[in-house]
Design a binder for this molecule. Structure first.
Ligand code: NAD
Ligand code: DAU
Length: 357
């Protein structure tokens, strides 16, 4: 039985990954290690919380003693490091916490994994540290071209700078100690359980509540959208078959302008939910500082070497996603309640009043 230490498993992609893995494999154990920040929510995992193959530990990846204890208590085969501060807008207003969790937290995990896995002549067999990273580390593209794994890093926000720093730390543990690692760099994910500060769930939530839809700048920035389950499948493949030391880009070849996304969500909800939802809700607001214009991943390497491809087309994925949010309206209200509510409301009001982000 292989044991996975999944950090940040109560967040959007981490919780989808845990559910996916426990459904797919009978003979695994998953330890979900999560600090439960505003973005982490155990509601996401209530279906499997009684599963004896699943253990939850509340903790901070920066907590050396606690992470050491976890490695001592459990025989960990794989670390899958999702834990991060992930929202670009928040990194613009408060970069420090991004450096703390994304860089120091990752370094701490690497050190503890190394201590636990190192043998006299190398590393235990069958162990691996998979670091989940992002296409944002490559910076911003013009109208043409794609990010490949050897594209130079050029992060432009405090978020992407912290992710690029952690990527380099992970690479250094491979180069220096020969520690078995992989780094995955994925494009924008969408799907169930995404916190409604991110574009797609924010649009759905605001439409349902008839609130305006803040579109940054001219709305023509481009992102490459991938259904979250396809990302989970890619991570599973990389853990199993990825060559140690390698980086794999993951993307959907599904580029959309933001305004296209906004209109797609409005159209679906107008036709299927409430005819009062229409384009009059769109509100062009002040642009994000340093807003990256275009991201686009070339996933040729993971396709060729590991046989991965995106299985869910955008037309199906977005319908499934919107339906999920309609069926789980209470989920949004629960996770945006309490302490986070003030912050969330203030951020929203600032956007709409065209204050700087
Ligand atoms: P998320 O914000 O939804 O979840 C992050 C999780 O990490 C939360 O459960 C939070 O409680 C936990 N966490 C934060 N700080 C922690 C700490 N110090 N110790 C332990 N747990 C901590 O994030 P997400 O969108 O699911 O992203 C997961 C990972 O995937 C991140 O590393 C992100 O950079 C990467 N990524 C995300 C996307 C995307 O589109 N969402 C795309 C590519 C890569
Ligand atoms: O590319 C992968 C990255 O995708 C991940 O690494 C990040 O963790 C994740 O948050 C996401 O970053 P983005 O900045 O691309 O996602 P976000 O949903 O914040 O914004 C998507 C686009 O929509 C971006 O161009 C900004 C724009 N936007 C966003 C919000 C929240 C708006 O126009 N209005 C909004 O209110």
């Amino acid at each position: 039985m292989k044991t996975y230490l999944v950090t940040g498993g109560a967040g959007f992609i981490g919780s989808n990954f845990i559910m996916y893995m426990l459904k797919k494999y009978q003979d695994i154990k998953i330890i979900n290690f999560d600090k439960l920040t505003y973005a982490g929510n155990l509601e996401n995992l209530k279906e499997i919380q009684q599963d004896e193959r699943y253990i939850f530990i509340q903790g901070d990846t920066c907590d050396k003693k606690l992470v050491e204890d976890v490695f001592q208590k459990y025989e960990i085969n794989f670390v899958v490091n999702f834990a991060a501060e992930t929202h670009v807008d928040r990194s613009i207003t408060c970069p420090e916490v991004f450096a703390e969790t994304n860089v120091i937290g990752t370094l701490n995990l690497l050190n503890c994994a190394k201590e636990s896995w190192q043998t006299r002549d190398g590393f235990k067999d069958g162990v691996k540290f998979l670091h989940v990273s992002t296409d944002e580390v490559y910076g911003s593209l013009g109208n043409s071209g794609y990010f490949i794994e050897t594209t130079p890093l050029d992060p432009r926000s405090p978020y992407s700078a912290s992710k690029a720093s952690s990527d380099l730390m992970v690479k250094a543990f491979n180069d220096t100690y020969n520690m078995p690692i992989n780094i995955t760099r994925c494009s924008n994910n969408y799907g169930p359980y995404q916190f409604p500060e991110k574009l797609i769930p924010l649009l759905i939530n605001n439409c349902i509540k008839h609130k305006s839809l803040p579109v940054y700048g001219d709305g023509l920035n481009i992102r490459d959208w991938l259904y979250v389950e396809d990302h989970c499948k890619a991570i599973d493949l990389v853990i199993k078959k990825g060559k140690a030391g390698e980086i794999y880009n993951i993307g959907g070849h599904n580029e959309k302008t933001n305004i296209d996304i906004v209109k797609t969500v409005i159209k679906y909800l107008n036709e299927n939910f409430d005819s009062n939802i229409n384009e009059s809700l769109i509100s062009y607001v002040k642009d994000r500082k340093g807003h990256d214009r275009r991201y686009a991943i070339d996933p040729a390497k993971i396709k060729k070497e590991l046989g991965w491809y995106p299985e869910t087309c955008f037309e199906d994925g977005i319908k499934k996603t919107i339906k999920w949010y309609l069926d789980n309206e209470q989920w949004i209200d629960t996770i945006t309640a309490g302490e986070y509510k003030n912050y969330y409301e203030k951020m929203y009001e600032n956007k709409i009043q065209n204050k700087s982000i």
